[in-house]
Unconditional design. Structure first.
Length: 178
């Protein structure tokens, strides 16, 4: 019994106990989280339904003709995602909506996934790296289209509401999943 407790404590202290690779948490508030649109209201709060730390609250305006006007970008706390097979996070929108999640890989290729979310409940969104595709609408200068996905260096993750109206969404931390 004592041996098991000592081994568990040693594993926890060295980080060997199946620790989760966190891409973005909100433990430091809004540090590393940004939107270029002042109409986007960002804040951090606790939610009793989420046990792994604070959540990001986003109040967003109605869509405009600028497709990037409601983008929120978060600096990655860990940039090498190659230990996992998917990106995952929890989300709770006030109303049913579609959300896009994007990142640029080491080859500067922009990848985007779209997910449908149900209203008023926490739900897990899982984006498998094997299924994500390059963004068909935008590639940044310097992107190497046609190169295979390389998630060994991802510096930021972005998301945006894709519904036409204004609304509010809460997001938990982004993690790398198996």
């Amino acid at each position: 019994m004592v041996k098991v407790i000592v081994l568990a404590l040693a594993a926890a202290l060295t980080g060997c106990a199946g620790s989760t690779l966190v891409v973005r948490s909100y433990a430091d508030g809004l540090a590393g989280v940004r939107s270029t649109n002042p109409a986007m209201k960002l804040s951090v709060a606790r939610d009793s339904a989420v046990s792994d730390g604070p959540v990001l609250l986003v109040e967003y305006p109605a869509a405009t003709s600028n497709p990037a006007a409601r983008d929120v970008w978060c600096e990655a706390e860990h940039v090498d995602w190659s230990a996992g097979h998917a990106l995952a996070f929890q989300a709770k929108p006030d109303h049913a909506m579609r959300i896009s999640v994007s990142f640029m890989d080491r080859n500067r290729v922009a990848y985007t996934s779209w997910s449908e979310l149900r209203a008023g409940e926490w739900q897990t969104v899982r984006i498998a790296f094997a299924q994500i595709k390059p963004n068909p609408y935008f590639q940044p200068p310097g992107a190497q289209p046609g190169a295979p996905l390389d998630i060994s260096e991802v510096k930021a993750i972005g998301f945006a509401p894709q519904d036409p109206g204004a609304g509010r969404i809460a997001l938990g931390r982004f993690v790398i999943a198996d």
